[in-house]
Design a protein around this ligand. Structure first.
Ligand code: GLP
Length: 244
């Protein structure tokens, strides 16, 4: 595990984008695992900038997003698909046929999840997974209690997660979906390389817990400490409890 501490949220994004570009230069058809959330907005901004300035060819990239809300369609501004399209897909020359996304509107959600998991396996697994972290230690939407063996599935969101995401639902908690589809911990853990980003004071406590506490289902991100190629990029605020 490697921990990189930079100045602020913007620099977290820049550092992560540089690492992604390095991997894409090594492997043109890299399989990327992508995340949503406030933390990754500067990351996508930097990545788009680097791809344009350095003329990096993104046309062979394949991508799988981590998660999606149940009951929101792609065109819904609050869906993760919409977020990704706005912040990334529409800004780089990625082929949309190589973009894989969980469909939270699928008739049979179990089949949807099973096929997504198979899709990842059939493509040869994820090369590089980008992650944020929830204040309760979740990754993707794997809430506390998620097993290391968990695969892509439907989950219930915790109160803390719904509250944290209310900012994307015009502040109305009632509108935040209660259920989501997410890659499992084992799906995420199967990635060859994992980069987790965290920014801001609000993440300082969980960053300390997942890096120094017990490795357990109570803090799903803690499992990642056992991964052989795991990089954590933090800003000074998110890293502020690490010295204690
Ligand atoms: C959501 C996503 C997670 C993400 C988390 C953090 O819950 N499902 O993948 O890590 O938000 O969000 P933020 O970066 O806004 O704190």
């Amino acid at each position: 595990m490697k921990i990189i501490i930079v100045n602020d949220a913007r620099d977290v994004g820049v550092k992560a984008a540089e690492l992604v570009v390095k991997e894409v230069i090594k492997k043109k058809n890299l399989v990327l695992g992508l995340a949503t959330g406030g933390t990754v907005i500067p990351f996508y901004r930097s990545l788009v900038g680097l791809v344009k300035n350095k003329k990096i060819d993104f046309s062979y990239i394949r991508s799988f997003n981590l998660d999606e809300y149940v009951g929101l369609n792609k065109k819904d501004k609050r869906s993760f698909y919409y977020f990704m399209n706005k912040n990334f897909f529409s800004k780089v020359s990625i082929w949309m046929r190589n973009v894989y996304f969980l469909n939270g509107m699928a008739k049979n959600l179990d089949v949807e999840c099973k096929e997504y998991e198979e899709g990842i396996n059939n493509i040869g697994g994820i090369d590089l997974q980008i992650l944020g972290i929830g204040r309760d230690g979740h990754i993707g939407f794997n809430e506390p209690g998620s097993s290391l063996k968990s695969k892509t599935r439907e989950v219930l969101l915790s109160d803390i997660t719904r509250k944290d995401n209310v900012k994307f639902f015009s502040g109305e908690i009632k509108k935040v979906p209660k259920r989501a589809l997410t890659m499992g911990i084992s799906t995420i853990f199967g990635a060859k390389k994992i980069i987790l980003l965290a920014c801001g004071e609000g993440k300082a406590e969980i960053v300390h817990r997942f890096l120094h506490g017990e490795i357990s289902e109570e803090v799903p991100a803690s499992f990642l400490r056992r991964h052989k190629d795991f990089i954590v990029i933090l800003d000074k605020e998110a890293a502020s409890e690490l010295k204690n």
